[in-house]
Design a protein around this ligand. Structure first.
Ligand code: PCA
Length: 207
C-alpha cells in the first residue's frame, strides 16, 4: 500500500500543486499498486498527527509526501528533514513558530528512507527536470517529513514504511516568475516516481 499526501493551499494562494497532483492520481490511479491519498491542512501539529494516523490505519509500505516549493523550478527529492520549526510566514491557523524543536530530544536530522538518487535519475531519464535537495525548509513540509521519519525509526523495522518528501514547483497560473512547472509534467513526475518505487530493488515490501 502506498500513501500519497498533499497539502492545502497556504499563504493566501488558491491552489496547491501537491493537492492538484493527488486529485489527478485519484481520478486515474497508477496500475499495479494499492494507493490511498490524503490532503493535509497547513497547520502545525495537526498535519503530522493526521498523516501518522492515516499511515497507521492503512498500513502503508511507502509514504510519499508532496508539497509546494515556491521559487523552485525543478522537482526536488528531499534527502533530509531537520528537527526545527522556524516559520517565515504563519500557518493557515495563524501560528508562527520560531526556533522550536519538532521532537524534543530527537536527532537533529533524519534522512529520507526512499531511494533518493534512483528517483532523481528516473526523473532525469524521463526528461523531467529534477534534483536532490538538502533542505526541505523549516515549515510544514519539513515538519511532517521529520515526524514521519522519526516515527518510522522508532517502529519495528519490518513494519515501518519507507518514506520521503517531494517538493513540486508552483504552477504557472500562480507563479509570478519563471520558477514554475506545468501541472501535467508534475503529474507525470509523480507517476514516474511511483513506477520506480515499485521496481523490485526499490521496494520489496509492496504487495
Ligand atoms: N509547502 C509548504 C507547506 C505546504 C506546502 O505545500 C512547505 O514547503 O513547507
Amino acid at each position: 500500500m502506498i500513501l500519497i499526501s498533499g497539502f492545502d493551499p497556504f499563504d493566501g494562494a488558491d491552489i496547491n500543486p501537491s493537492a492538484a497532483v493527488v486529485e489527478a492520481l485519484e481520478k486515474d490511479p497508477p496500475s499495479g499498486v494499492e494507493m490511498t491519498t490524503t490532503i493535509l491542512p497547513v497547520e502545525t501539529g495537526v498535519a503530522a498527527r493526521r498523516l501518522l494516523s492515516r499511515v497507521e490505519a492503512c498500513g502503508a509500505d511507502i509514504v510519499l509526501m508532496l508539497g509546494e516549493a515556491r521559487g523552485r523550478s525543478v522537482i526536488s527529492i528531499e534527502q533530509v528533514a531537520v528537527n526545527l520549526l522556524d516559520f517565515s510566514i504563519p500557518d493557515n491557523a495563524g501560528h508562527r513558530v520560531r526556533d522550536q524543536a519538532i521532537v524534543a530530544d530527537g536527532p537533529d536530522a533524519l534522512f529520507a528512507t526512499l531511494p533518493v538518487r534512483p528517483l532523481v535519475d528516473a526523473l532525469l531519464d524521463a526528461d523531467i527536470p529534477a534534483e536532490r535537495s538538502l533542505t526541505a525548509g523549516t515549515y510544514l513540509c519539513n515538519e511532517i517529513s521529520y515526524r514521519m521519519l522519526e516515527q518510522a525509526r522508532r517502529d519495528d523495522g519490518s513494519r515501518s514504511p519507507i518514506a520521503g518528501f517531494i517538493h513540486l514547483p508552483s504552477l504557472p497560473s500562480e507563479s509570478g516568475s519563471t520558477a514554475c512547472m506545468p501541472l501535467e509534467l508534475e503529474i507525470r513526475a509523480v507517476r514516474t516516481i511511483i513506477a520506480r518505487l515499485l521496481e523490485p530493488e526499490c521496494s520489496n515490501r509492496t504487495a
